[in-house]
Design a protein around this ligand. Sequence first.
Ligand SMILES: [Zn+2]
Ligand SMILES: [Zn+2]
Length: 152
Amino acid sequence: MKQTDILILAKKIAEQYGYTLPKITFNKRLKFTTGKCYKFLNWIELNLDFCLNNNEEIISGLIKHELAHMKYFDHGDQWKKEVIRMDTIPLFCTAKMNRMINDGVWTCDINYPYQYVCPNGHISRKKMPIKEKSSCGSCSKYYDEKYLLKLI
Ligand SMILES: [Zn+2]
Ligand SMILES: [Zn+2]
C-alpha cells in the first residue's frame, strides 16, 4: 500500500473506532518491527517496507494493533479485547513478541519473535527459541550461568 493511502485508511479506522488520529510516520530503517507506538507522544511509526509490501487487510490489522497500544501497552487481555472490538484478530501477537523500550514505547516484532534478557538487561532477539541454556554474549564470551538469558 502507498503511504498516502495508508494515512487515509488510518484516519478512517480512527474515526470508526473512536480514536483521535495520532501522528503517523513511516520508517524505512525499522528492521525488527512492523510498527511502534509512542503513546505519550501520540505517535505511531510504521515499517515502510512492510507497508509497501502488504495489502489493505494486513495494514489495517497493523494500524488497529498499534492504535490499541494507545490504550494498552502490552498484548494482554485488555489489548486483545480492544483489537477484537475493532473487528480484527490480535495479529502479530501470538507468535510475535513485543517489548517495552521505555515508558510508552512498544515495538511489535515480526522476524525475531523470541527475545531474551540477561541479568544485566541486555536484550537479544532470536528467530528461533534457544534450546539449551545460554548466557549473554555481551556479558561473557563463554557460557557463564551468572548471565543466563531469560525469555521475555
Ligand atoms: Zn504490539
Ligand atoms: Zn548481558
